[in-house]
Design a protein around this ligand. Structure first.
Ligand code: DAH
Length: 340
């Protein structure tokens, strides 16, 4: 029995020292020390020993078990250490490698133009206000002197969301909101999305306008011209000329269309200005007395002017873009050209 125990011990220790895997380790433990293991089998035979021999063999068997257990624990630790070392080696990070640049976005040209425009108006003391894109018939048309069945509605056919609800066709309704919410002096700019049933190379069913409104005592057309001249020079350069052409809008009287001298040819006539030397940039006028009155402002005491600028048109002229759809297709090859 002594030899058997010694044999098991030797065999076990040798097998253990050749082990490379945690799972083999466990198998060996079962094989030698488990309930049905080799050493246990020996111990089961102890009953046949004499009472002198029993403690001696018992001690030997215990020593063998202890040394096998010790070896198992030791091997397990070694395997763990080796695995950790391997993992550390494999996962080593080379901090000297140059980093990968994530693709960087940039502002949309419409946003860039809008921000530049708002900066100009802010510097002139205007407040920037915001309002609903879903508008009632009253704010979009009625209060702006466009009653039901008025022919001016034809030019602004839009998307109806119900009997009296539309996607606004113009930001001019913000004039009404501003005059209802504030008392003169009023000086606001309202940029935002607008909608019309319209689509070709210069029209999009969704587009943007920037509305301006000034109401105070003694406001006149000269001041309107001064502000728009200042604006045009900041946008198109200090040499820019501005001219007013008579026009019609139901909510202004008189109404004008505003042209700037062509920034491409300086006014001599070229393709950009279709040979005229001028480019139309916005509509404007003196706020109609009836509109003031409806908003509870006395037209005998106060006057006002208003203007509406198309943001797409402004962006297109600034960057010589010929098709409005480029602004909405969002092709990165187009957009990345505006990355400052
Ligand atoms: N809302 C007009 C349009 O969409 C533009 C406009 C014209 C706005 C004259 C104004 C204005 O404020 O005074 O065609």
């Amino acid at each position: 029995m002594r030899e058997q125990i010694e044999q098991i011990r030797k065999e076990a220790l040798e097998a253990l020292s050749k082990t490379n895997l945690q799972k083999d380790l466990e198998e060996l433990r079962v094989k030698y020390l488990g309930k049905k293991g080799a050493l246990t089998a020996i111990l089961k035979q102890m009953g046949s020993l004499s009472s002198e021999e029993r403690p001696v063999i018992g001690q030997l068997a215990n020593e063998a078990r202890q040394s096998i257990e010790k070896k198992i624990a030791q091997t397990a630790q070694e395997l763990k250490d080796r695995e950790l070392a391997l993992r550390l080696e494999k996962e080593k990070i080379d901090i000297t490698l140059p980093g990968k640049q994530p693709p960087k976005g940039s502002y949309h040209p419409l946003s860039l133009t809008l921000e530049a425009m708002l900066d100009i108006f802010r510097s002139m003391g205007f407040d920037i206000i915001d309002g609903p894109e879903v508008e009632t018939d009253y704010y979009n048309f009625e209060a702006l002197n466009v009653p039901k069945d008025h022919p001016a509605r034809d030019m602004q056919d839009t998307f109806y969301l119900g009997e009296n609800l539309v996607l606004r066709t113009q930001t001019s309704g913000m004039q009404i909101h501003a005059m209802e919410a504030r008392k003169p002096p009023i000086r606001v700019i309202a940029p935002g999305k607008t909608y019309r049933v319209d689509e070709d190379s210069t029209h999009s069913p969704m587009f943007h306008q920037i509305e301006g409104l000034v109401v105070d005592k003694g406001v006149d057309l000269c001041q309107l011209k001064g502000i728009l001249e200042q604006f045009a020079r900041e946008v198109y350069g200090p040499e820019t000329q501005v001219r007013f052409r008579p026009s019609f809008f139901p909510f202004t009287e008189p109404s004008v269309e505003v042209d700037v001298s062509c920034f491409s040819c300086g006014g001599k006539g070229c393709r950009t200005c279709k040979g005229t030397g001028w480019i139309e940039i916005l509509g404007a006028g003196m706020v109609h007395p009836h509109v003031l009155e409806q908003c509870g402002i006395d037209p005998n005491e106060y006057t006002g002017f208003a203007f509406g600028i198309g943001l797409e048109r402004l962006t297109m002229t600034r960057h010589k873009i010929t098709d409005i759809r480029l602004l909405f297709e969002n092709d990165v090859r187009f957009l990345e050209q505006f990355d400052k």
